[in-house]
Design a protein around this ligand. Structure first.
Ligand code: XMP
Length: 534
């Protein structure tokens, strides 16, 4: 049966001049201030559908004009009946685009379509069992009962006229609802979080089933999109790119090189805070993969160490390193002649944790590639990875032809080993930590755990302890070992390393690294701890 509301044609069937992909593949995610809006975007992309995040109030006519083929309304912290609560354009409900409302988006749909939304007598947070009334629409193929993740204080009591209840939980009478003819669906739960085990299927049901999208978008198309956007942002002028040794800056540099060719110069700042062998590894990998890319190696170890002398406060360290980075770039820029742009490998978790999303998330740490940039900086920023999560960055890196040993290396923070040395950073303490870190990573690689572990490293907490070595009292350094598993660095759990691996690491550290006489293993997850110690 043809849908009651035919899809608007707009310029949908046309080829997008930007990347040659049909525009009909695009989904608009209207953001009502959700903590998880980017996560929705990521899950949509995992279903091979291109999407963009837009403000909640974006006009329906604008969405149709731009050829979006479906709309997702995100969650958000407000109550739909609050004065001034964010809303969407009422035209949206009439324009024929398929719509999926999630949490706040679900309540907004209900209210706009004439159904009551009320404060829940028992707010529901965490996992709940949803009874599936009809496994159709967005719930197609789901079993009679399934686990969903809830986080809401309001609820929809009754479905709007013409809508069918598809699922309910003991506390939520309308946990999922839909109108097949109008292709409008709402779910009270969060399909985008991993705690809803079949959440991805719900999203795919909407995107591929209800909205009939092809699901053919890939990182390959993302490259084309990103290249076009970078060219648009930098139609002329020169850029410099901050190559730090980590995956993010490597991928950002490769991407901008693809877009701007030799209009970008990569600058590798040897701040002396890298891991063992890192500088040479990065430089030779880049020279081999991108022989056309102008690449400058700045040796600035002494300068950074001098700046860090006597500094013990973690935020102060991050700020100083960030400032020094910028100063070095500015100096290099001056040597290259006029330069207009600075490329940085900022990724989405950095943006959230630096409180830079414009939402209310608190500043946990000043990631030097977001905060710490002085106002006086004269270069404009190009941050092409700002909406990507780490695993997406890796896929992108491979797509761009970076060698896999570079792409799959563990994340490494911009301020380097400085934030793993608690207290003052000196060249002796750096040498000790570099050595210890190499032992930890070597052992994991030797035991085939290299890729399974998100990050593994050594920390120098600055504690000295008493030991006994060869009948002599020793008073040496404590080294902490941190190994974690994570999907995107936003949350993490300590890795359950086999005891024999821990034993081997400990034995090697005290035997091979001069000055170390004790080893501890960090068994804290994130939250409440962060991955890095500072
Ligand atoms: P935290 O310690 O905040 O770390 O749990 C999350 C992830 O980010 C990395 N990290 C940084 N990356 N600049 C970066 O580029 C920074 O200033 C920075 N601080 C932490 C950290 O290694 C982990 O992967």
């Amino acid at each position: 049966m043809p849908p009651a509301h035919p899809r608007p044609r707009g310029d949908m069937g046309d080829r997008d001049p930007r990347d040659g992909e049909p525009r009909s593949a695009a989904v608009a995610i209207l953001d009502f201030g959700a903590q998880y809006a980017q996560l929705i975007a990521r899950r949509v992309r995992e279903s091979n559908v291109y999407c963009e995040l837009l403000p909640g109030g974006t006009k329906a006519a604008e969405l149709v004009r731009r050829g979006f083929a479906a709309v997702v309304l995100s969650g958000g912290p407000a109550s739909v009946y609050d004065p001034g609560a964010p809303s969407c354009d009422p035209e949206l409900l009439e324009c024929g685009l398929p719509i999926l409302g999630i949490c706040y988006g679900h309540q907004l749909l209900a209210r706009m379509l004439g159904a009551p939304v009320e404060r829940a007598p028992h707010p529901e947070y965490g996992q709940a069992r949803m009874e599936v009334h009809r496994a159709a629409g967005v719930l197609a193929g789901l079993p009679a009962s399934t686990t969903v993740w809830m986080s809401h204080g309001d609820l929809v009591q009754l479905p709007p006229p013409g809508f069918e209840v598809l699922g309910r939980t003991p506390s939520t009478p309308v946990a999922a609802m839909g109108h097949a003819g109008r292709r409008i669906y709402g779910v009270q739960f969060h399909p985008e979080v991993v705690h809803t085990p079949l959440g991805q299927q719900v999203l795919r049901n909407f995107l591929l089933g209800v909205a009939g999208l092809g699901g053919t978008w890939t990182m390959h198309s993302y490259v084309a999109e990103a290249v076009a956007a970078i060219r648009e942002a930098a139609p002329s002028g020169r850029a410099i790119s901050a190559l730090s040794g980590g995956v993010d800056s490597a991928v950002a540099t490769a991407l901008v090189h693809r877009a701007l060719g030799d209009r970008v110069t990569a600058i590798f700042v040897d701040h002396g805070l890298q891991r063992q062998g890192e500088a040479q590894e990065v430089l030779s990998a880049f020279r081999q993969a991108f022989p056309e890319l102008p690449l400058v190696h700045v040796q600035a170890e002494e300068r950074f160490l001098a700046r860090l002398g006597g500094v013990t406060d973690p935020e102060q360290k991050r700020r100083l390193i960030g400032q020094e980075f910028v100063a070095v770039f500015e100096e290099e820029a001056a040597k290259l002649g006029p330069v207009d742009f600075l490329v940085q490998g900022t990724i989405y978790p950095d943006v959230i944790e630096s409180g830079a999303t414009g939402q209310s998330s608190a500043t946990i740490k000043t990631h030097h590639n977001v905060g710490g940039l002085p106002e006086r900086m004269r270069l404009r920023l190009i941050e092409p990875l700002r909406s990507l999560f780490k695993d997406e960055v890796r896929v992108l890196g491979e797509e761009l032809g970076l060698p896999s040993h570079l792409v799959w290396r563990q994340p490494f923070p911009g301020p380097g080993l400085a934030i793993r040395i608690l207290g003052e950073v000196t060249s002796e303490r750096l040498d000790l930590l570099r050595h210890a870190d190499a032992v930890v990573r070597e052992e994991l690689a030797d035991h085939g755990l290299g890729r399974e572990i998100w990050q593994a490293f050594a920390v120098l907490p600055g504690a000295r302890t008493v030991g006994v070595m060869g009948d002599q009292r020793s008073y040496g350094d404590l080294v902490a070992v941190r190994a974690i598993s994570s999907r995107d660095g936003m949350t993490a759990d300590w890795a359950r390393l086999p005891h024999e691996v821990l034993a081997r690491i400990s034995q090697r550290l005290v035997n091979e690294v001069p000055g170390v006489n004790r080893v501890v293993y960090d068994i804290t997850s994130k939250p409440p701890a962060t991955i890095e110690w500072e």
